[in-house]
Design a protein around this ligand. Structure first.
Ligand SMILES: [Zn+2]
Length: 273
């Protein structure tokens, strides 16, 4: 099954609440939504409301923790970052969300190895703590687009292997930007899924958007049609393999590109038939 939806409340949704965002997403013919805490957290009561409305509308929910997190930084940074993920995970649990996606940190003056060591240690501690409280929602570690930021596909896979209850979030544009525009053919997309095959996942959370990049990696997101990622080939790859995937549009024209992706998916289905 392939679900598609917006990151956050659709831009053209007049009422700026997550509840209305879910209903609006359903009306657009989409089937998933990522609830974002970039501008602050919601109450537990609102989380329960979102759960009810998402169930009625058959919208699959995911959560994205606030963006600025550095689990490889000093104690203060780590404490603040852990609290952001902890809070996001609790709300995701109440909502019945499938994943709580998060960024993890950056290298700064540390070696890549030391950055990995700290991030694994902190994510593991957090995961154990959440599990004890009955919060089992998987923590999703996102592939990151800037080369100075922790989160190459290899690094994300390693964290997932070392910490139980952690899954990758495959941000296609970030992988493309970090790899100097590496996604050109269907086989390039296949390599991503092959790289995570060891994790034995039965579902993949994927972020999509167009992206502008240079030799340092990602610069900013652009609409899918303004970027150079051949998403139709990505669609062919997931259809041919029968992958169970949720695509979240993080494009600047959020829901437009979610709907556009649905069209690309339908077109790829037609071509394969
Ligand atoms: Zn993200």
């Amino acid at each position: 099954m392939i679900r598609i939806g917006p990151a956050g409340i659709p831009l053209s949704c007049k009422d700026r609440t997550n509840r209305d965002g879910v209903i609006y997403t359903r009306n657009l013919g989409l089937s998933a939504m990522e609830i974002q805490f970039a501008r602050g957290f919601i109450s537990e009561e609102e989380a329960r409301e979102i759960k009810d409305v998402a169930k009625k509308c058959d919208i699959e929910l995911h959560v994205h923790a606030p963006y600025y997190i550095n689990l490889a930084g000093d104690k203060r940074n780590v404490d603040i970052g852990m609290e952001k993920i902890r809070k996001s995970a609790h709300l995701a649990h109440i909502m019945g969300a499938k994943t709580v996606a998060t960024h993890t940190g950056f290298y700064g003056s540390l070696s890549k190895k030391e950055t990995m060591r700290r991030i694994v240690k902190n994510i593991r501690a957090l995961r154990n703590e959440l599990k004890k409280k009955g919060v089992e929602v998987p923590i999703g570690i996102e592939t990151m687009g800037k080369k100075a930021v922790f989160g190459s596909l290899d690094e994300v896979v390693e964290v997932c292997k070392r910490v139980r209850g952690v899954v990758p979030v495959l941000d296609i544009a970030h992988i493309h930007a970090r790899g100097n525009g590496c996604l050109k053919e269907k086989g390039d997309f296949q390599k991503i899924f092959d790289r995570v095959a060891d994790l034995d996942l039965d579902h993949y959370l994927v972020h999509i958007t167009g992206v502008a990049y240079n030799k340092e990696g990602e610069i900013y997101h652009v609409p899918i049609r303004k970027g150079d990622i051949p998403f139709i080939k990505f669609m062919e790859c997931i259809i041919e393999n029968g992958y169970h995937v949720t695509l979240i549009s993080e494009s600047p024209i959020v829901e437009h590109d979610a709907v556009y992706s649905q069209i690309l998916l339908d077109r790829a289905l037609e071509m394969i038939k």
